[in-house]
Design a protein around this ligand. Structure first.
Ligand code: ADP
Ligand code: MG
Length: 315
């Protein structure tokens, strides 16, 4: 297959939206932004061997490439609309491309996001996606909006993806439930939108709770106390790890793509209602303080100093 045939294959499967005036096929896409809405834009790249094990199924790579981007829109409280896809492929393998599109487009249709363009080149396997979404003016959920005294919340469970990665690295017979959390993260799009007007700060957990909540604290000019016993753990994680090992996966493990957000304690009921409406459990995990940095405490209120904080590409 040539580049043109690959693009034609992608074009034939991309879904339509009425606000796409011109989609795949011209030099650029033409898109109609709803009146009086702000555009929210994010890009994330997945490189084989860095962001996913090289033998990951094509459909899972497709799913994850879009999921990590939708997770960024979720963290802003934005409504997804459009995306572009830059593909660097080692060869023009149509079977791989079809599998990739199966995963990518399945998630795209769940969130009514339209693929409107991209680029296709030869090179090491790498997928770069850009997503566009809408928020009402001034309503985006930002990292720098935490206030001292806010409760800190997380959605879903923490540490599953990092546990799956550990199992994969150890060549162990991996737990399928954990592996799904690594390969097919669920972007919390409905929750992010439901939290607009309720949450103060919000971030998605890609590099681990300590690292990502650390960004919230730094940009907000605050700190956070985290209660270890409140961190939500799935049954699969509890079966895999306990004690220090589990704590470390939960506070420093990346790739969960859950939301971490802060909200004033008077709004607890509204937070709970937002979570119910989005169909995602949320857990209280700590509090924003005036003491800089993220501090983790055990049940005896003794501070726990984790051996590492999270994932850094150039760390
Ligand atoms: P140009 O030479 O103008 O960059 P291309 O041949 O790269 O054009 O792309 C032709 C059309 O196909 C454009 O509309 C582009 O957005 C779209 N396209 C190319 N690659 C992809 C892809 N991987 N996913 C979606 N659309 C793509
Ligand atoms: Mg091009």
């Amino acid at each position: 297959m040539k580049e043109f045939d690959l693009i034609a294959r992608i074009q034939s499967r991309a879904a339509h939206r009425d606000d796409v005036i011109l989609g795949i096929g011209d030099d650029a896409a033409v898109l109609q932004v709803p009146p009086a809405m702000q555009l929210v834009v994010a890009t994330d790249t997945l490189n084989a061997g860095v962001h996913f094990p090289p033998e990951t199924a094509a459909a899972d790579v497709g799913w994850k490439a879009l999921a990590v981007n939708l997770s960024d829109l979720a963290a802003m409280g934005a409504e997804p609309a459009w995306c572009t896809l830059s593909l660097s492929l080692p060869d023009s393998d149509e079977t791989w491309l079809d599998g990739f599109l199966d995963g990518f487009l399945a998630l795209a249709s769940q969130h009514r996001i339209a693929l409107v363009g991209g680029d296709t080149t030869r090179g090491p396997l790498s997928i770069s996606v850009t997503v566009h979404g809408f928020v009402e003016p001034g309503r985006a959920l930002r990292r720098d909006a935490a206030r001292i005294g806010d409760d800190v919340w997380v959605s879903g469970c923490l540490g599953d993806a990092a546990a799956a990665l550990e199992q994969w690295r150890a060549d162990a017979d991996g737990d399928a439930l954990l592996r799904i959390r690594l390969d097919r993260p669920t972007p919390r799009v409905a929750l992010g939108q439901a939290l607009v007007g309720i949450a103060h700060a919000c971030i998605d957990l890609s590099d681990g709770l300590l690292a990502d909540l650390g960004h919230v604290c730094r940009t907000s000019g605050a700190g956070a106390d985290v209660d270890l016993d409140s961190l939500p753990a799935s049954d699969a994680l509890q079966a895999f790890a306990s004690g220090q090992a589990r704590r470390l996966l939960q506070v420093a493990g990346g790739d969960d793509y859950e939301l971490c957000f802060t909200a004033p304690s008077e709004r607890l009921d509204e937070v709970q209602r937002a979570a119910d409406s989005a169909g995602v459990p949320v857990s209280w995990v700590g509090r924003i303080t005036a003491n800089p940095g993220v501090h983790v405490f055990d049940a005896d209120a003794i501070e726990w100093l984790p051996p590492r904080k999270g994932y850094e590409h150039f760390g």
